[in-house]
Design a binder for this molecule. Structure first.
Ligand code: HSE
Length: 355
């Protein structure tokens, strides 16, 4: 380690659109993080359901991307016959970056990976919505008890800092409601259907662009947005909702005729997630709504997402930005890593407290 440079050794779980997007960022910009922030990042392990590689000397991100693309991981010097549990149990790394496919019903196997990494004293950054939607309170407690950080910015609005805006920048406000468009795939499909594309082709395009989940049923039936609504409720409003508590309807019932009829009336279909206080309880719902063209959420197109956060002290604060995609979500992992670095630096500089 060069003086003044902090090295973070990462173990990656999952190498789909998000894992590859993060590796792409590292392969292009690693030196920028060294020069600007004194943060060097080295991948030491990566595991999927099909392969695993661990090299304590570091794995070049571009080499990993090329090997994965050409199905040649076995030719890398660190290729091992490990599964992900074995990797987490044995790897020498500072941070587990968990980006395996989401299961919104069970949160597994990601939650098991996260618990194991925390137990070993690793920081965890996850892009996986299942564990945060289902087990946020428990995972946050485990991380606090072990003195490590849990990053999850990627789970809502990809790299657009919607969660950080709510829990960090709006700290001190009471958040009363959040509502918006939180699924990129469905917003992309609805936008394409307005331009005459049929549903199946629009979904295929969203899959090709890396917006959709491994199983896109969760996107189009609203479960992905419901999971994000639960995350927003639990992280920003201190609720204890699960995705199953969120009233949920997706876009599968919306036909091209319905899209055309809305357009003729000066309206657009949008899949809207809403979380709100109802007396002492927090409730959440996801459903397609026809919005007037003049409505602020109406102009949010494609895989872009938007979230309006209603607070007691500021009124509405709205954030708009990318909601899906490999590099956009990979950026969230990077932002959590830089946030982790800032926290560690602050802790090291904290003055001693007097007894
Ligand atoms: N499938 C998700 C979406 C990815 O389309 O929004 C980002 O969470």
């Amino acid at each position: 380690m060069t003086s003044g440079i902090s090295m973070y050794r990462l173990a990656l779980v999952g190498f789909g659109s998000v894992g590859r997007g993060f590796a792409e960022i590292l392969s292009l910009h690693r030196q920028r993080f060294v020069d600007r922030y004194g943060v060097d990042v080295q991948i030491v392990a990566a595991c999927t359901r099909r392969w695993c590689v661990y090299d304590p000397n570091g794995i070049d991100a571009a080499t990993l991307l090329r090997a994965a693309a050409s199905d040649a991981i076995g030719e890398l010097p660190g290729a091992r016959a490990w599964n992900t549990d074995q990797m987490i149990a044995q790897v020498d790394a500072d941070v587990l970056v968990e980006a395996s496919p989401t299961d919104m019903m069970t949160g597994e196997p990601a939650t098991t990976y996260i618990r194991a990494a925390i137990a070993r004293g690793m920081h965890v950054i996850t892009a996986n919505k299942g564990p945060i939607a289902l087990y946020f309170a428990e995972l946050r407690r485990l991380a606090e008890e072990r003195g490590v950080t849990l990053g999850f910015e990627a789970t809502v609005m990809s790299g657009t800092p919607a969660l950080r805006l709510g829990w960090s920048d709006l700290a001190g406000c009471d958040i009363q409601e959040v509502r918006g468009i939180v699924n990129g795939t469905t917003n992309f499909i609805l936008t394409r259907m307005e331009r005459g594309m049929d549903y199946a082709s629009a979904l295929a395009e969203a899959q090709r662009l890396g917006y959709a989940e491994t199983d896109p049923t969760g996107d189009v039936e609203g479960h992905d947005a419901a999971g994000k609504a639960a995350i927003l409720a639990n992280v920003l409003m201190d609720a204890r909702l699960t995705p199953a508590d969120v009233e949920c309807e997706g876009i599968t019932g919306i036909t091209r005729e319905m899209v055309a009829a809305a357009a003729a009336a000066g309206e657009r279909w949008k899949l809207i997630a809403r979380v709100w206080r109802d007396g002492p309880t927090v409730r959440a719902a996801v459903r397609p709504l026809r919005l007037m063209i003049a409505h602020p959420l109406s102009s949010v197109d494609g895989a872009t997402n938007a979230l309006a956060i209603t607070t007691d002290l500021l009124g509405d604060v709205t954030i708009i930005g990318p909601g899906a995609g490999g590099v956009a979500t990979g950026f969230a992992i990077l932002s959590d890593l830089l946030a982790l670095h800032r926290v560690r630096r602050t802790e090291n500089q904290e003055p001693r407290t007097e007894n």
